[in-house]
Design a protein around this ligand. Structure first.
Ligand code: PMV
Length: 337
């Protein structure tokens, strides 16, 4: 299926160091606080958009048994933003397991937003999109309205989503380029089963946790410390901050009503093992965990091979995706002259 015209967007996933958890406003997607992430290079979603003659939009998610109603709703919303556009047939595939805490909604909604808007505006690259009135920050805000974390997948390197003092004053921008610091993310896939609760559902109960208000009170300090650690390329400073952040978000999830626990026995075993390796084998690698059971182990790219081998020897049945800081999304468009 590659008849002209079509557009193709390859959007990366991202891993949050400072987590987006809880919203002040669900309609405007106004997060409770800022978040900070590292854009990935390997884990991506590729989405092609073709014009459809079927009188309706459709989204085919390869390898996933899902009708993707959230995606169709977002497509209808984007069409209004563009001021109208033909029906589209989207074909989308992930190169990593989806819906298990590797932020497939981030790469998925970023790719969908880019491919669709590029098709409607006949754009073949980001310059064309900008000329058509869609600079990257606008695209990021549109993507985050599909899934919050998707807004951060519009740039490479390290990206900051500022909550701002009002829903309309949110900002999304890169804070350090990809070549600032060669970090790796060893994604340890202890389970590729679809998670029991989606993160969109679980966001809603964050405010019911007694730990949520104290969490918010300390977030600016943690954000500033993280930004300083990234600026200094200081992993020993960044590591404890990202671990505490992940543990705090999961504590909020576990103490919310209804509570959500994304961890499995394997998640906990892996955390124990990581701490042991750090204590006894000088492993300078630090974990973070999104809304799922899988672990992202952040380390310097120089050491990633060594640590990957250590994990594979200790846990031969576990899949490891070796990822690293990426350059951001790519866009192509093919339109007949
Ligand atoms: O973008 P959502 O609604 O899937 O929420 C993502 C939330 C986390 O992945 C857990 C944290 C984050 O900042 O990416």
């Amino acid at each position: 299926m590659s008849q002209l015209p079509f557009t193709q967007a390859i959007a990366p996933s991202n891993i949050a160091f400072l987590k987006y958890w809880g919203k002040r406003d669900g309609v405007m997607q106004w997060p409770a606080e800022d978040s900070l992430s590292m854009t990935l290079a390997v884990a991506t979603t590729t989405t092609r958009a073709y014009f459809s003659a079927d009188g309706q939009d459709s989204i085919e998610l390869v390898g996933l048994d899902d009708t993707n109603s959230k995606g169709l709703k977002h497509l209808a919303f984007l069409r209004k933003e563009v001021g109208g556009g033909a029906y589209l047939k989207l074909h989308s595939s992930n190169n990593f397991p989806a819906s298990c805490g590797i932020a497939s909604s981030a790469s998925g909604f970023a790719a969908l937003t880019l491919a669709a808007i590029a098709a409607w505006t006949r754009s073949s690259n980001f310059r064309d999109l900008e000329k058509a009135g869609f600079p990257r920050e606008r695209l990021a805000h549109l993507a985050r309205l599909g899934s919050g974390s998707a807004g951060r997948s519009l740039w490479g390197g390290f990206v900051h989503w500022e909550a701002g003092p009002a829903p309309t004053l949110q900002k999304l921008h890169p804070c350090f380029a990809a070549n600032h610091w060669p970090l790796s993310d060893l994604i340890i896939v202890v389970s590729d089963q679809k998670k029991p609760v989606s993160s969109s559902e679980a966001h809603g109960s964050a405010w019911t946790s007694p730990l949520f208000a104290p969490r918010l009170a300390g977030l600016h300090e943690r954000r500033d410390a993280m930004l300083a650690a990234i600026a200094d390329r200081n992993l020993s400073a960044l590591g404890p901050l990202i671990e505490n952040e992940a543990l705090e978000m999961h504590s909020v999830m576990m103490t919310s009503k209804p509570s959500a626990n994304f961890w499995t026995k394997e998640t906990e075993e892996m955390l124990v093992w990581i701490r042991q390796q750090r204590a006894h084998h000088q492993m300078n690698a630090w974990f973070t965990i999104d809304a799922g059971p899988n672990i992202h182990l952040i380390c310097s790219s120089e050491r990633a091979d060594k640590y990957q081998t250590m994990i594979a020897e200790a846990f031969p049945h576990v899949q490891i995706i070796r990822d690293e800081v990426g350059n951001g999304p790519q866009l192509e468009g093919y339109f007949p002259k």
